[in-house]
Design a protein around this ligand. Structure first.
Ligand SMILES: *Cc1c(COP(=O)(O)O)cnc(C)c1O
Length: 443
């Protein structure tokens, strides 16, 4: 069965009677008149449908827990929606912990991840009662034990392991290969378990965690990952008499950024994971563990688009035509960082024939600030509105204030209604943290 991550556009995207593109029943031209550009737009219907896909696909396994990987998009508004869908949260910083906490999330449904968590961050996690901490390395194991001891608490943890699986995605977003910066090598697991059992009295180990990468299109590697996790559970039980009852298989499922991308369905991935898990439970004779999965990109990417206003253009004699928009690498660093590709449409010319090949340039002072290298669009004029698809994940969450440009606003759309969920930064926001030393004043 198909799932929402296989769609290029939000599910509610359509051409309306005015001849404009609309999403969530909202005419995008009107949205721009109201909120300005650049503007992030999140379609609530698409987001909730993705959540429904995941829940439906995994319901065959009785002990399954969905966690949303917050680093893909972490705002209070979207966290409230995911919370209402029954998702937990995978977080990677004090900022993400604080955001979901303030959004009213039950902190026992939160897992704290990361390869170099600070003392302050670990302390905050313990203080707020974060459900699980995924410990990444020996240094952190000892540090966490000390901090937990000082609070007279027990830290409930998973061990993040490196399963030695290479997926064919961009090098920067591979995480499961053997020389990755993340997690314990399989040869180090025994030592970690011994330390926990013998020395680290303020740590309780519940299970194992792995995450093999991002924007993954291969399906079989999820099965291989599950087998490695289950095999380790069985081995730890046999060697230490310790029954661990949780496995976390991470996230990573891909989405469709352009027509060339054919990501697998959530239903296919779920079947592979659950079938292999059931086989492995038999094969390695373990009790049925709780299964955690933590998708990020495939939950939020398709629901999001970014709207830009087209400004200047430049025809290089006998060369490319550049068309510049009022955003770029600061609101979407992925093209300049990974060579990521995107699809787009002109909102106010949604039914017009594409006639010219152009390069969409950003407004930031780097030659590498190109949003889309080559795209065929209708004849463009200054003031046209460009809608870039699939920007819900790793856009706002990776945004910066490069060139001291304010970060865009974010609007949630549903049933013809729009609500601002992140306000546009103001010029005063930009200088809010600046201080001029007193000795430079009154001169
Ligand atoms: C980034 C990350 C995820 C989510 O990855 P997606 O590709 O966005 O699904 C899940 N788990 C961990 C540990 C991660 O670091």
């Amino acid at each position: 069965m198909d799932s929402t991550n296989q769609s290029l556009k939000p599910l509610t995207a359509k051409l309306n009677e005015a001849g404009n593109l609309e999403i969530g029943g909202c005419d995008l031209v009107e949205l721009v008149e109201k909120y300005g550009t650049p503007l992030y737009v999140i379609d609530e219907y698409t987001l909730r449908t993705v959540c429904a896909d995941y829940k439906e696909a995994f319901k065959k396994y009785p002990k399954v827990n969905m966690m949303f990987a917050s680093k893909a998009l972490c705002t209070m508004g979207t966290s409230v929606i995911l919370d209402s869908e029954g998702f937990g949260f995978d977080v990677v910083s004090a900022g993400e912990i604080y955001t979901v906490y303030k959004a009213g999330v039950d902190m026992s449904k939160v897992l704290f991840n990361g390869n170099n968590k600070s003392v302050d961050e670990l302390s905050l996690a313990l203080k707020l009662g974060v459900g699980r901490i995924s410990v990444d390395n020996f240094f952190e194991l000892s540090l966490l034990n000390e901090i937990a001891k000082s609070y007279d608490k027990t830290a409930d943890i998973l061990l993040r392991i490196t399963p030695g699986i290479e997926c064919h995605t961009h090098e920067y977003i591979q995480t499961g290969h053997l020389d990755s910066k993340f997690g314990f090598d399989l040869t180090q697991v025994d030592e970690a378990v011994e330390l926990i059992l013998n020395d680290y009295r303020n740590i309780k180990l519940h299970g194992l965690h792995a995450h093999i990468g991002s924007q993954i299109f291969e399906t079989s590697i999820y099965g291989d990952e599950i087998e490695i996790l289950v095999k380790e559970l069985a081995r730890i039980d046999e060697k230490f008499g310790l029954k661990l009852d949780e496995i976390n298989a991470g996230g990573g499922l891909g989405v469709k950024y352009t027509d060339k991308d054919c990501p697998p369905s959530v239903y296919t991935i779920a079947d592979i994971i659950i079938n292999r898990l059931n086989e492995c439970i038999e094969k390695y004779k373990i009790e049925q563990p709780a299964l955690f999965i933590e998708p990020g990109r495939s939950i939020i990417s398709t629901a999001g688009v970014t709207l830009y206003t087209i400004g200047s253009s430049k025809q290089v004699p006998k060369g490319k035509k550049y068309v510049a928009v009022d955003g770029g690498m600061a609101d979407n660093p992925r093209p300049s960082m990974y060579g990521a590709e995107y699809s787009a449409q002109i909102v106010n010319k949604a039914s017009a024939e594409p006639v010219e090949n152009v390069t969409i340039a950003g407004r930031f002072c780097e030659s590498g600030d190109i949003l889309i290298k080559n795209i065929k669009l209708p004849e463009l004029e200054e003031g046209d509105i460009l809608c870039v698809y699939n920007t819900g994940a790793y856009n706002y969450s990776m945004a910066s204030n490069y060139n001291r440009v304010q970060k865009p606003a974010m609007v949630l759309v549903n049933n013809s209604q729009s609500d601002m969920i992140v306000t546009r930064e103001t010029l005063d926001d930009l200088i809010m943290h600046d201080k001029v030393p007193d000795r430079f004043k009154n001169k």
